[in-house]
Design a protein around this ligand. Structure first.
Ligand code: PLP
Length: 388
């Protein structure tokens, strides 16, 4: 007899993970692979974090914590909003999460019911729509282009509502993955105003704050108290595997988030929480990483056009360059496979981020070291038509 399988559990794979697995397989077989596919810093956690982690390992502070997180970390995160955005935030509003990924689960579950509709930009980070669909929430695509800098606007939202019906939520990311584009203060203000006026719950993914090249990231918290502000220690703080992030939660959903967190996760790993308290005081080391990303970005923006990759999103922040390659291929997955096989350069096909139009785009991650970027550019210039 056939056993039951859920429909909502059938989410698509994260294709970049498949690319990474293939790149790793080639590396183990002795090939010289350059990793421009993965969206994670090549550096480890800052030394101040490691020191606290080592001391905590031999302490008696590694049991469950309160579901909302340990007080010193919540207080330190609240202080960060004062230091960085001049916002006086009560520590009580801060919830520590298992990476921002855990935060999305809590935000979506507390704000939306099955059948609700949540809008998000295409291209965008694939886990948003896959988590939404696993929870029975409809992900409503807002097709964006380079002309709107791949970000939603009130006008685009109006059009989506007119054409497809009312929406209950909106997810924005600034800087965004895969495009690196950002929302300026006026744009963030317009979006928060639109959401508040129309009863739309906003989720603002601010995980790439700190990694910016053309001005600092704006937080939605400067303009509204009704949004979920999602952030993480994974990117700027270089702590992907520690699985620790945070949210600033709207007051009306605070207790709901707490009860969900108690039941779903009990608590975030205690070691990571205690160590993360030190992360905010490691700015010198972390800003040196950002300087490296900036050098990588400059190198690639200069060298990729010489390989015929000249249709590039602005890359204002994060560590990605999103390139339109429609003049070279209409099958970005095959294109990336071929480039990996013939040059050893691993890149992510755009289909992860935009299922249809992503057939003509690729995402290049410059989170690695500068020598790797230089060598990748050289190999691409030698391989691609249009090499200069
Ligand atoms: C835009 C964006 N949000 C969230 C995440 C998830 O990060 P984490 O769960 O490690 O905080 C990622 C990871 O790549 C991302 O790119």
């Amino acid at each position: 007899m056939a056993l039951k399988r859920s429909i909502r559990g059938q989410v698509p794979p994260f294709i970049v993970m498949d690319v990474m697995a293939e790149a790793n397989r080639r590396e183990v077989a002795g090939e010289d692979v350059l990793h421009l596919e993965v969206g994670q810093p090549s550096t480890g956690a800052p030394s101040g974090v490691i020191e606290v982690a080592q001391a905590t390992l031999v302490s008696d502070k590694l049991g469950y914590t309160e579901a909302l997180g340990i007080d010193p970390l919540r207080e330190r995160i609240a202080r960060y909003y004062g230091e960085t955005h001049d916002i006086d935030l009560a520590a009580d509003r801060v919830v520590v999460t298992t990476g921002s990924s855990g935060g999305f689960m809590l935000a979506f579950l507390s704000a939306f019911d099955t059948g609700d509709r949540v809008a998000l930009a295409d291209p965008g980070y694939p886990a948003y729509r896959n988590i939404l669909s696993a929870l029975g929430i409809e992900a409503v695509a807002i097709p964006t282009t380079i002309d709107d800098r791949y970000q939603p606007t009130p006008e685009l939202l109006d059009r989506v509502v007119r054409e497809t019906g009312a929406i209950d939520g909106l997810i924005v990311a600034s800087p965004a993955n895969p495009t690196g584009t950002m929302l300026a203060a006026a744009e963030m203000k317009a979006l928060t105003g639109y959401c508040d006026a129309n009863g739309i719950r906003l989720i603002s993914d601010e995980i790439y704050h700190g990694i910016t090249y053309e001005g600092a990231g704006e937080t939605a918290l400067s303009f509204t108290d009704n949004a979920f502000i999602v952030n993480s220690f994974s990117k700027y703080y270089s702590m992907t595997g520690w699985r620790v992030g945070w949210m600033v939660v709207p007051e009306d959903l605070h207790r709901s988030v707490e009860c969900l967190a108690q039941n779903l996760f009990i608590s975030v790993p205690a070691l990571s929480q205690r160590a993360a308290c030190a992360a905010f005081d490691c700015r010198e080391e972390l800003d040196a990483n950002v300087l490296r990303y900036a050098a990588n970005r400059e190198l690639l923006l200069r060298e990729l056009p010489k390989a015929g990759l000249d249709r590039l999103a602005p890359a204002d922040g994060a560590f990605y360059i999103y390139a339109e390659v429609g003049h070279l291929t209409n099958d970005s997955e095959a294109f990336c496979r071929q480039i990996l096989a013939e040059t050893g350069v691993a890149m992510a096909p755009g289909t992860d981020f935009d299922r249809e139009r992503g057939r003509a785009t690729v995402r290049i991650s410059f989170a690695g070291d500068t020598a790797t970027m230089g060598e990748a550019a050289r190999r691409l210039q030698a391989w691609l038509p249009g090499a200069g």
